[in-house]
Design a protein around this ligand. Structure first.
Ligand SMILES: [Zn+2]
Ligand SMILES: [Zn+2]
Length: 350
């Protein structure tokens, strides 16, 4: 099969290799679509990879596929079943797993890092990771549900999101835009968006932000106007998809007393916040990592109910040979999706 391998020494390589052999707990999928995630970019830039990543690796953890070899699992997952793949594997026995927090499993693995991923024509996947995908759901959009959407969904769950809240999304990359779409479906009372770049404002508005602003000029006056806009002295929930020194300071400035800041961005920054301020104002700052399989199932249900359309997030679709292009610096807004079994798609707008 054809695949794209990555190693720090040789970069991205388009290679031919045998199809994976199946272990007893696995089925073989034909990869119909695989999303390119920000964390793939970080690994390719030489930043940290998830623990247990062994190079060379076939990257790609946002997989939509079709069962082509069901191994011992024909009763539940017959050949031809269309699926998406929850990428985070869990041990099922540690304390986090026992609490139902399988996204925080201490022995977590991830398809596309600790085992081969979806930048390939075929991938072997444990059946425990499979989520049924309605055939009517386009694979390119469906692939984005497992991480691009499930991650902000989990973050909003951690922040105890309820209808009627005022929510501010910091950052207008893939996670931020997906969060805005989910918030439209929730529904929140008021949804704001903050982008560092002026271009981010129009994009955020097109993804449903009621108010979108840029901090390009004067972050302090922007924070002041956001507090006024909230109508309650500050924002109920701030979802920070950047989570660096500046964005967290901004979040503390705009959140209301007793409000919640949920961080999903994984910057390498150390953040300085006056603790007396956090304590006196009763602000909760929480991290939210990845997603649970049940979150992915919720996302499939939401799409089936017509609550949002994941195709909106697709910026570009590439064939396998063009994967390297997905990592060049200037990309359009939205996510890049790779279609490994579609010959010569080249680069298409979406
Ligand atoms: Zn990811
Ligand atoms: Zn575990």
């Amino acid at each position: 099969m054809r695949a794209v391998q990555f190693s720090p020494e040789y970069g991205l390589q388009y290679v031919d290799m045998p199809r994976p052999d199946l272990r007893p707990d696995e089925v073989l999928l034909r990869v119909d679509a695989c999303g390119v995630c920000g964390s793939d970019r970080q690994v390719i830039k030489g930043e940290s990879a998830p623990q247990g990543t062994a190079f060379p690796v076939i990257l790609g953890h946002e997989v939509a596929g079709t069962v082509v070899d069901c191994g011992d699992h024909g009763a539940e997952w017959p050949v031809g079943t269309t699926v998406i793949v929850h990428p985070f594997t869990a041990c099922g026995t540690c304390a986090a797993c026992a609490r139902g927090q399988d996204n925080l499993c201490i022995r977590q693995g991830c398809i596309g890092y600790t085992r081969p991923g979806g930048f390939a024509e075929f991938v072997a996947v444990p059946v425990a990771q499979l989520v049924r995908r309605p055939e009517t759901l386009d694979p390119a959009g469906a692939a984005l549900l497992v991480d691009a959407y499930a991650t902000p969904y989990r973050a909003l769950m951690e922040a105890e999101m309820e209808p009627g809240r005022t929510v501010l999304v910091i950052g207008t990359g893939g996670l931020g835009l997906a969060a805005l779409q989910l918030l439209q479906a929730w529904p929140a009372a008021s949804v704001g968006a903050v982008s560092r770049r002026a271009e981010g404002v129009a994009i955020a508005e097109s993804f449903g932000a009621h108010l979108a602003v840029t901090t390009e000029d004067d972050p302090r006056s922007v924070a002041r106007s956001l507090r006024r806009w909230s109508g309650a002295g500050g924002i109920d929930i701030v979802i920070d998809t950047v989570s660096d020194r500046l964005s967290v300071a901004f979040a503390v400035d705009v959140v209301r007393n007793g409000g919640t800041i949920v961080c999903v961005g994984m910057s390498a920054d150390s953040v300085e916040v006056p603790m007396a301020k956090l304590v006196r104002r009763g602000i909760r700052v929480i991290g939210s990592y990845a997603s649970r399989k049940a979150d992915v199932e919720s996302m499939v249900r939401w799409v089936a109910e017509g609550r949002f359309d994941p195709a909106k997030l697709i910026g570009e679709q590439l064939d396998l040979r063009s994967v390297a292009a997905a990592f060049s610096p200037a990309r359009s807004a939205g996510r890049v999706v790779v279609l490994p079994n579609q010959a010569d798609v080249g680069a298409q707008g979406g």
